[in-house]
Design a protein around this ligand. Structure first.
Ligand SMILES: [Zn+2]
Length: 157
């Protein structure tokens, strides 16, 4: 999967941590329309449309724009809000935050720490241990199953 993507998108990598700085014009050429709309124009996908919303598969969620690891399936929970929800990013630097006061609301925008793509928002009504709810557009997530982790999980059952 990754090699297919990097042919079309030179910035895409699951391991490269260098910052990605492409112009919106470049992204428009590279990204599928719906990804561009959310990631670069701060759009929001319709609720209940992401296959990830109810997914319980074990693995890692990556930025669909640049491949940066964002969230682990362990930190995913069903919030009932209509979008994939997590209580914690993979690491401190995997996402960035910015105050968002649009639409008459005080919210905190969540962006990819590597390519600054818009991902969603974070709210303070999540479950322990963080009390946070990262409400993320599924269209800007790429999921990869953890093969080894899944095996161990299967054995424990
Ligand atoms: Zn990214």
């Amino acid at each position: 999967m990754e090699s297919d993507k990097s042919k079309l998108n030179p910035a895409y990598s699951h391991t490269d941590t260098s910052k990605v700085n492409l112009s919106d014009e470049d992204w428009k050429k590279i990204l599928p329309k719906e990804v561009y709309y959310v990631a670069r124009q701060k759009g929001t996908e319709r609720p209940w449309t992401s296959e990830f919303e109810t997914s319980r598969e074990i693995g890692t969620y990556y930025c669909a724009v640049c491949g940066n690891p964002l969230f682990l399936s362990d930190t995913k929970f069903e919030s009932g809000c209509g979008w994939p929800s997590f209580y914690q990013p993979v690491s401190r630097g995997s996402v960035l935050y910015e105050a968002d006061n649009t639409l008459g609301m005080k919210r905190t925008e969540v962006m990819c720490g590597r390519c600054r793509s818009h991902l969603g928002h974070v709210f303070e009504d999540g479950p322990p241990p963080t009390g946070l709810r990262y409400c993320i557009n599924g269209v800007v997530l790429d999921f990869e199953k953890a093969k080894e982790a899944e095996k161990q999980y299967e054995q424990k059952k």
